[in-house]
Design a protein around this ligand. Structure first.
Ligand code: G6P
Length: 612
């Protein structure tokens, strides 16, 4: 939610900041702005709409040359996406950009207005600019004044400020919102995530909760908000600029769909020790403790939540421990039963989702151990968890998650197998057999991607559909939910996912020749699951609906009733989601493209939702 960039150094600050904002645009894209300090003055440009509009303005009316600048791309919370509500907010000597929500903004605003302040926007953020201008007027340095301001703020913020009287400094602070420092030679960067400065440096430093950073050309001084010294940790980013570029694809999303064989392989890489046992290096929770837990609760949002639903089936089957899955925004508000014997597993691509973060805090207050499955090194969620399993998928920039989902699935399977191993629920050879199948999945995903033509043709045929149903059973049910979510998010087509068995309890009333239905069919196995789903397909076909069937290529029973048959490679039931979701991702991406939508930045959405 909102992207922030700051720069100090020898380059043209406006160019560095705009380039950074373009890479952060996935975080919010309803308005953008840049401010620089030049000749003792703050100068700025800001525009509603995407960064391309801001860039047009900056070409028409260029900013003066400067080596010090800040910028912002917004996802509106307080106030519509107008020019006036765009950041930076400039008051007197200062310019401020903000990500998050200042919860006590009304009270602060009232006080400021009573003192004579005039507000130019409806945002909560503008109070910070007024407060800073007021503190600077007392003669305080920028850093000191800024420290006093952030101590008055409640809620979530990444706040960055510059002062026209101080061309040697950018100051910033964070609470519950992300901020990383990029370390160059004679230049320093600030951003919501490293992709904003990856073009210039791969050396970075995480900022902890409630920390303040003062950036000069030569370095960064980090302290706690109250001025106490702070510990920081540096890290090297293990991917480069090419990973943050489209590389010939029309959309980041399509590129990320095609990256899945490698991304899933990278998640699985190096997880076995030389005795052939699973070893999760980052899982810093002792096997003794993992043997004692009596319940697992998975908490996540959106696509990550659906990955969690798949994980429940695998974990309960392999580990024989009860496993609940819950949407993070519901979790802490219903007084969940969580205690020191509960293992809470959170799943988050970005590692910054506020709902998930708050769920972690609640779980830890109840003394539960928390394991995060996350893609973003050093993000808030892994920092605040007891342990983390990184998915190593590389940056995911398209707002709709794709490789995020499949790598989360891979990490969940690994966690499930690891728990089965330490709790002695499976023999080594059983675990080895499942792992061997997991290792083959990247190749199977590649096979599907190599024959995507029928899915693209189906998208052409179905591009005008107003509504689509998705059905699945067992782990096919979360796949149906995720397929429906992708279509809603990208194509703005009404879509719903149901458990196939529930069809007869209600949704069947909707079935007619006007409502196409996708059905994910499980592989044939020892139970009756497959045959039951095939019966559901027959029931739908009998009512004249178009049925798009996704099933094992050799499944002649399922093929018989299908209007369109999408062949899946042969897998076991539990691992099928890793392949079944691929055609559904491609379908949504293609149909949205055909409908003329911005696939990477769907309307109203943001990739990293840092407000509750
Ligand atoms: C947003 C995104 C979704 C994502 C969800 C959870 O809603 O638009 O694509 O699945 O957040 O994000 P996370 O980063 O926690 O996985």
């Amino acid at each position: 939610m909102c992207g922030i960039v700051g720069y100090i150094g020898p380059r043209a600050a406006d160019e560095v900041v705009v380039a950074g904002l373009r890479r952060l645009e996935y975080r919010g894209y309803d308005s953008a702005g840049v401010a620089v300090v030049h000749d003792g003055e703050v100068t700025w440009r800001k525009r509603s709409g995407k960064i391309a509009r801001l860039a047009e303005t900056m070409t028409a009316v260029p900013l003066p040359s400067s080596g010090l600048g800040i910028g912002h791309t917004r996802w509106a919370t307080h106030g519509a996406p107008t020019d006036a509500n765009s950041h930076p907010h400039v008051v007197g000597r200062v310019a401020v950009v903000h990500n998050g929500i200042i919860e006590n903004h009304e009270q602060l605003r009232e006080n400021l207005v009573a003192e004579g302040a005039e507000f130019a926007s409806e945002t909560d953020s503008e109070v910070a600019a007024h407060l800073l201008a007021r503190e600077l007027a007392t003669g305080a340095t920028l850093t000191e004044a800024f420290r006093r301001v952030v101590q008055q703020l409640e809620g979530a913020f990444t706040l960055v400020a510059i002062d026209s009287n101080d061309a040697d400094r950018v100051v910033a602070a964070r609470r519950n919102s992300p901020l990383v420092v990029g370390i160059g030679e004679g230049e320093m960067f600030l951003a919501s995530d490293v992709s904003a400065f990856i073009e210039y440096t791969r050396e970075a430093m995480e900022l902890g909760q409630d920390q303040l950073v003062e950036l000069t050309r030569d370095g960064a001084v980090v302290t706690q908000l109250d001025g106490a010294p702070a510990e920081t940790s540096r890290f090297h980013v293990d991917w480069d600029l090419s990973a943050a570029q489209k590389q010939g694809y029309d959309w980041f999303m399509r590129k990320e769909i095609f990256e899945q064989p490698k991304a899933v392989a990278d998640t699985l890489l190096g997880r076995l020790n030389n005795r052939g046992e699973i070893q999760l290096d980052e899982l810093r929770i002792s096997p003794e403790l993992l043997r004692r837990i009596n319940k697992i609760v998975i908490v996540a949002c959106g696509t990550a939540y659906y990955a969690g639903l798949v994980a429940k089936y695998a974990i309960e089957h392999w580990v024989r421990v009860p496993c609940e899955v819950e949407v993070a925004s519901e979790f802490r508000y219903r007084d969940p039963i969580v205690d020191p014997m509960t293992l809470v597993v959170t799943i988050s691509q970005s590692g910054e989702t506020a709902d998930t973060l708050m769920a972690i805090r609640h779980a830890r207050e109840q003394h539960a151990k928390v394991v995060a499955i996350c893609n973003t090194n050093g993000a808030s969620i892994p920092r605040e968890s007891d342990a983390v399993i990184y998915t190593h998928a590389g940056p995911e920039i398209g707002v709709a998650s794709t490789k995020g989902f499949t790598t989360q699935l891979a990490a969940c399977y690994l966690l499930g197998l690891y728990l089965a191993q330490v709790r002695g629920m499976k023999y080594g050879d059983e675990i080895a057999a499942i792992l061997a199948e997991l290792q083959r999945m990247p190749e199977l995903i590649q096979q599907l991607l190599d024959r995507q033509q029928n899915v693209l043709e189906l998208a052409v045929e179905m591009q005008a559909e107003p509504s689509v149903l998705f059905l699945g059973r067992h782990v096919g049910f979360p796949v149906a939910l995720e397929g429906a979510l992708k279509l809603k998010e990208l194509a703005y087509i009404h879509a719903e996912g149901f458990p196939a068995g529930e069809l007869k309890h209600g949704p069947i009333a909707l079935i007619s020749q006007d409502l196409p239905v996708f059905v994910v069919v499980p592989p044939k196995s020892r139970d009756q699951l497959h045959d039951k789903v095939v019966s559901n397909i027959a029931e739908i076909a009998a009512r004249g609906a178009k049925v798009v069937v996704l099933a094992d290529a050799a499944d002649e029973q399922a093929r018989k009733h299908a209007s369109v048959f999408i062949e899946l490679p042969t897998t076991s039931t539990l691992l099928q989601p890793l392949v079944a979701i691929i055609p559904l991702q491609l379908f949504a991406c293609e149909i949205a493209t055909l409908r003329g939508h911005d696939v990477d930045q769907p309307r109203n959405l943001a990739k990293s939702v840092t407000v509750e």
